[in-house]
Design a protein around this ligand. Structure first.
Ligand code: SF4
Ligand code: SF4
Length: 232
């Protein structure tokens, strides 16, 4: 039996699950309805480990290590804790920072609700891109186009077209727009430069967090990877 069709057994939050070797812990959890919040990950794209929302504790030899579950492959006998107090706190903080980066993204607000964020302590930055890389990977891996790429470093990092123009080899598939969390259910509320704040709708959504914690909020970022909790 080779590694591609070998199944392994592991535990996620105490549940015994099975997955084909080579599968990520995140995809395995999602396929069993264990929702680990995530942003940059999509099932058919190479894992990038960029957003860090999908962090889990990997317990091995009595020690636990916090790691992104999208880049962590399943192993026989593995023990994964996806919802410990430590993880929930760290994940909530990451989600809160994401809302501050892009308060006008309803997709990100949905994730924040899922992570229990009720208010945002960081200054709003109203960014147009959270550097999740979904567009870049979809363009290169699904459409084999490579019309998009990351340029710059640190705070200068951004997604760019070659020479800032749509190249001839762009397939005009629109995947880069359809998969972008900034365009999925965009916030209809006011968000002018210098006037960044959450509109009433989003604020009330966040304040509901305590009532729906650990419940699927139909974030739509499950589209494309068969999240079993996804509503139709
Ligand atoms: S529309 Fe063009 S740039 Fe966007 S994903 Fe498709 S091929 Fe890439
Ligand atoms: S443009 Fe959208 S999909 Fe692309 S990296 Fe930025 S937030 Fe992600």
């Amino acid at each position: 039996m080779n590694g591609t069709n070998r199944y392994v057994t592991l535990k996620i939050d105490g549940a015994i699950v099975h997955a084909m070797a080579g599968t990520s812990v995140l995809d395995t959890a999602l396929s069993y309805g264990i929702c680990i919040p995530h942003l940059c990950h999509m099932k058919d794209l190479m894992p990038a480990g960029l957003c860090r929302l999908c962090i889990v504790e990997h317990v091995k030899n009595g020690k636990s290590k916090v790691t992104a579950s999208c880049t962590l492959e399943v192993e026989e006998g593995m023990v994964i804790l996806a919802h410990t107090e430590k993880i929930l706190k760290a994940r909530k903080n990451i989600a809160e920072m994401l809302v501050a980066e892009a308060p006008n993204s309803r997709a990100i607000q949905d994730i924040a609700v899922r992570c229990g964020v009720k208010n945002v302590r960081y200054p709003f930055r109203n960014k147009a891109c959270v550097l999740c890389g979904r567009c870049v990977r979809a363009c290169g891996e699904i459409w084999r186009s490579k019309s998009l790429g990351f340029v710059g470093r640190g705070s200068e990092r951004r997604v760019a077209l070659p020479l800032n123009e749509r190249p001839e080899y762009c397939k005009k598939c629109n995947a880069c727009i359809d998969l972008c969390p900034m365009t999925i259910t965009p916030c209809p509320g006011p968000m002018k430069k210098g006037e960044e704040y959450l509109c009433g709708l989003c604020e009330s959504q966040l304040s509901m967090a305590k009532d729906i914690e650990d419940t699927c909020v139909s974030c739509r970022l499950g589209d494309g990877f068969d999240c079993v909790r996804k509503r139709s």
